[in-house]
Design a protein around this ligand. Sequence first.
Ligand SMILES: [Zn+2]
Length: 438
Amino acid sequence: MGRTSRKRRRRKRLNFVKLNENTDESLTHLKSWLLSENCTSIRYLIPKHFSLSGRGLKTLKRIESDEILLQLPLRMLLTTDVLSQSHIKTLFLYTTDKFSPQCMLAIFLVYETHLGIESKWYLYLKTLPQSFTNPDFCSNKEKAMLPNFISRPLYQTHKLQEDFSLLMKIIKHMDVDRSHCPHCNVYLQKIVTFAKYKWAYYVVNTRAVYVDAKVCKENTFNIKQPNNLALAPFLDLFNHDVNAAVKVSIVTDNYQNQFYQIVTLKPFDKETQVFINYGAHDSLKLYIEYGFFIPCNPLDEIQFNIFDIKRCFDISRNKLDFIIFNGFHKNMSFTHDGLNYNATMALFILSTKLEKDRWKLKIYGETFDTEERSIINKLGISVLNLKRTKYMCALNNMKNVKSKSLSFSIAINLIEEYINILDAAFNYMEKLKNVILY
Ligand SMILES: [Zn+2]
């Protein structure tokens, strides 16, 4: 995870803004609660639905550069420290197994949500979304149809089942007193179900911010380090914009109260939406982690590997060794501007008729001539066509699915976006390929 300020979704173009039934009222209650807890910085910020980005915040006054957007008292952040105030801490107290802060916060959310109005965090919990659109929320049938480039990183990054099974094992071995909820006497296994755990895991995944590990003081539990995640009420209402710029810090006032502070480096006009920026992510990462993506993301690249090349051409052992030795086989990709550096180099080696002792000189010392560029791009187009055919095939199969989940529809949009990038790369390479003819 590479969040600098926060994890948060922004829904743009994709027409699926689904409102929480309780949103408006619950947000008003959350705001009054925070104001009463000395969080005065949010006074001029109004939760509002925006047609393009969904739920967001509007400012009632102009905000200048270097002005504070939000100052949340640290005690209002939900870090692993809050577990010590909750009965559910019992799951983590008598075990040598280590859990991630994400897993622990998720369990906390599940338990506190079941307490309803009796939870100290009730007003915040009420504002959380009930559903998510990350690929993990595709049905099993849909998941089986996702192309590898989506399913592989999905399963590598999120291993919910492992932690969950471990937790269930812990509950099973507890004595009766501890394994039942003191507030309703229900068996904890009935309260912490996998569906609820998954929901809470993605609440944390899409909404938590990184904080300095020093903020989390609790050391009763065996926590996987770094212990640096926090849920921040109200903060998760800010939408993301690539052009927004913010500075995040922990500040202390004259009375030794500590705050989580966000300062904007760009101004906002009165009566407009206020944005923050949570870091540079490509569309795939945005979809897997947050369940959305923004079209025309300049960071998007379509990767390919040696096996894709091998499907189009024979590569001599000699050339393959050279490509691998120099690391050109890693991160080869198509961008809006054709082939990236590594792809260009690998395809040059593949196509060159020069003797081996000239390869290095050519790559690091000289530039490619028109004919060389033309051949490199011709080979690139062959690999591109192979990729495009694969995506088109996946896309057609996926489009044929009846009553798709929202998550799956976004996967379809993502593949269409990838095909657009391939088409832009194709047009670019086609020009270079043909240059020799003129
Ligand atoms: Zn209970």
